[in-house]
Design a protein around this ligand. Structure first.
Ligand code: UT7
Length: 332
């Protein structure tokens, strides 16, 4: 029997206009452009300004572009999965707000919470719906308004994160393209090192939780770095070995954009040269679930049908994983 594959057939994206540079951060906290650049590779990030605008605003813009580029009637969309840790509200799901905003009136949708690994978790999940034959047009959105949970007095986190959102369309194909394989892992004991403590059921919002700044990201950077650098490289090596791939076979490494040093170490471990690493961390910083779809968005014109890609991420949870994907179309 012919296996149905789930192929990415288009990419949309949105980043806000406002650019927060390292120079501006120098006026806000005790840091320097030189420290940020050498320790992370980040030069600037985008910030969503405007009263009442949440992640769905960026998701709607990204999906509108995606629908236009793929010439899709929104009424044909079956499912929208939105990977985010900064939903507009605890409920309803941001995916539902995006569906409403783009007129996807026949779709169902839900959010998926896996922090920086959110997009790859969601892509694997969405691929299963397509591969089963049940759904024909599934949209995966990855995006975060990280500025909504950042303490701009904390130099250890405010320099890293930015806002942005990307989206891809998944459709069934019988050719050997699309999502070929995936490996995902999680380790909840990592929750201690990267989290947002309040606002959930354990510590609901209160004056005290606000006073104690518990609604902001908390990260023990050096510890997270150690786990990220080992696990992201290991899981890439594992998926490549499983699929009998070497660095020479891979056209592009599509790594989560948390820190250029983590990306370089991963590429080095699996034998990928610099010219084959997708990288936009300098312009957007870490947009959490947004990094990987925004890379595909930025590099779409360079991608060719048949290109072999490794998508990889590590993030809060801890969560991590890698996807082996074969690109399905030439630039349009
Ligand atoms: O995407 C989700 C997963 N997250 C990640 O993968 C992030 C992983 N972690 C990292 O990328 C890095 O750990 C950071 C970029 C967050 C920090 O870099 P680091 O090289 O690990 O620095 P550190 O935390 O070990 O701090 C080194 C020094 C400290 O000063 P002392 O104690 O040596 O005097 C910090 O206080 O750098 C200081 N420092 C800063 N200095 C200037 C920390 N942040 C800053 C800053 N500007 N913004």
């Amino acid at each position: 029997m012919t296996r149905i594959h789930a192929a990415i057939t288009g990419v949309g994206g949105y980043v806000p206009d406002y650019i927060l540079t390292n120079k501006e951060l120098e006026t806000m906290v005790d840091t320097s452009d030189e420290w940020i650049t050498t320790r992370t590779g980040i030069k600037e990030r985008r910030i969503l300004k405007g009263e009442g605008l949440g992640t769905s605003y960026m998701g709607i813009e990204a999906v509108k572009e995606l629908l236009k580029k793929t010439n899709t009637d929104p009424r044909e969309v079956d499912l929208i999965i939105c990977a985010t840790v900064t939903p507009d509200m605890m409920f309803p799901a941001t995916a539902n707000l995006i569906a409403d905003g783009v007129g996807a009136v026949n779709s169902f949708g839900y959010d998926l919470s896996a922090a920086c690994s959110g997009f790859i978790y969601a892509l694997t999940t969405a691929a299963k719906f397509v591969e089963s034959g049940q759904y024909k047009k599934v949209i995966v959105v990855g995006g975060d308004k990280m500025s909504s949970i950042i303490n701009y007095e904390d130099r250890t986190t405010c320099i890293i994160f930015g806002d942005g959102c990307g989206a891809v369309m998944l459709e069934p194909v019988t050719e050997e393209v699309g999502v070929i394989d995936s490996i995902h892992r999680a380790d909840g004991s990592g929750a201690a090192y990267l989290n947002m403590k309040a606002g959930g059921s354990r510590i609901p919002a209160s004056h005290e939780s606000v006073d104690k700044k518990l609604h902001y990201i908390y990260q023990e950077g050096a510890t997270v770095f150690k786990f990220a650098v080992i696990n992201m490289a290991d899981i890439c090596a594992e998926i490549m070995e499983k699929n009998k791939l070497t660095g020479d076979d891979i056209a592009w490494l599509v790594p989560h954009q948390a820190n250029k040093r983590i990306i370089d170490a991963t590429a080095n471990r699996i034998g990928i040269t610099d010219d084959k690493i997708m990288m936009n961390i300098a312009s957007y910083g870490n947009t959490t679930a947004g990094t990987i779809p925004l890379l595909l968005w930025d590099y779409e014109k360079k991608l060719r049908k048949g290109d072999k890609l490794i998508l990889a991420a590590f993030g809060g949870g801890f969560t991590w994983g890698a996807i082996y994907l074969i690109w399905a179309y030439d630039p349009k």
